[in-house]
Design a protein around this ligand. Structure first.
Ligand SMILES: [Zn+2]
Length: 249
């Protein structure tokens, strides 16, 4: 029974039988890993509360041949991101970021970029004021890492540098359409020039320093609509926590 040890973040958990939980981790060395934590819901659980959603720690797990489900042996907590969890709205956004990684990443494909992005995302969530803008930055960075990066620097139809006051963001074609090409996808949502520039900035910015950026209500609305369509298209999922955030708004 091989034993593995790695840095890990809890991205999903749900009950399994009376006393156990299925826990999905995103790990730095093995990507997404599905595990069973036996006895975790019992009163004398040796894990205590360490396996809560969004927690970061050192995971030791065992694997059995031909079984997808691993077993949690130990989990030593490093960071519970208390700055996120003491606020309901920040927690909801944290759950959304975790759900997004769970939806986009496939099992057992290691990607340290995704692990670092989750850490930076949760770290930023406890510091910045505009957490919706942070979520948009996280979405763009995750899409880039996962290979779904939208084309933002040139028109997806004619490759020209898009000019004009408003452009369209086509999910189907994978990025911006210039004014001359908007007939290729006339149902694509519009993005004002400022929203396009903001999108480009968010893709490369440091998530913990977002407080230097001012985004208008229009920027927020346009980015949320364009990116939520783009993500639903690529994940073929309706993200539950995104719906909850929509309700909060
Ligand atoms: Zn064009």
């Amino acid at each position: 029974m091989p034993i593995q040890k790695t840095d890990a973040i809890v991205i999903r958990s749900y009950p399994f039988g009376e006393h156990h939980k299925i826990i999905i981790f995103y790990t730095s060395d093995f990507g997404k890993v599905r595990t069973a934590a036996y006895g975790v819901r019992g009163p004398k659980s040796r894990f205590g509360g360490s396996l809560e959603l969004l927690n970061h720690g050192t995971l030791v797990f065992s694997e059995r041949p031909n079984k997808d489900l691993r077993t949690v042996q130990e989990f030593d907590l490093i960071d519970a991101f208390d700055g996120v969890k003491e606020d309901f709205e920040r927690t909801t956004y944290g759950c959304y970021l975790a759900e997004l990684v769970n939806a986009i990443e496939s099992d057992q494909t290691a990607n340290r970029g995704v692990f670092r992005l989750l850490q930076h995302g949760f770290d930023g969530l406890s510091r910045v004021d505009d957490i919706a803008l942070l979520a948009r930055g996280f979405e763009l960075k995750l899409l880039d890492i996962a290979g779904f990066a939208p084309q933002l620097s040139q028109c997806v139809a004619c490759s020209s540098q898009p000019s004009g006051a408003a452009l369209r963001f086509s999910t189907r074609l994978g990025g911006l359409l210039c004014e001359n090409c908007e007939h290729h996808d006339s149902s694509a949502p519009q993005l004002a020039r400022g929203s396009c520039e903001l999108m480009k900035y968010l893709r490369t910015c440091d998530l913990a320093r977002l407080d230097r950026v001012q985004a208008s209500k229009l920027n927020h609305r346009q980015l949320r609509l364009a990116l939520s369509r783009f993500i639903s298209y690529h994940t073929e999922l309706t993200l539950k926590s995104l719906e909850l955030i929509e309700d909060l708004n």
